[in-house]
Design a protein. Sequence first.
Length: 131
Amino acid sequence: MNSYKELSLYDMKSAAANHKYELWNKVGKECQQACEKYLKYYLQHRHLLSETLETTHNLKKLLREIPDYDKDLYKDLSVVGGYYFETNYPGDNFIILDKEMADEAIETAKNLISYIDGLILTEESEEKEDK
């Protein structure tokens, strides 16, 4: 387990385990991490992951690097994107998630993973046709 994809899927398992115990903030944090790592997996796969992008935690910025990215997904990532810091560190921006918010975070992460998997399948299919 030493790749963005594997670590992202591990984060999703952690989100599911935290959900079972109603640790909603942990669910949100793990979903943000899963999204970030899966986006970086895709960008790395397409040779688009620069040093600057590799160090960012901004999900919207990462998604914008994908040509013709899904605008609806962009809106969903706007919410989940803040969960790592807002649910994990005290301060003025600290929030407490509820079950509905945690469920939405899981759904967003699953949608992102499906979206990226679909992009990769389409790209691989197109590459085979070109050969």
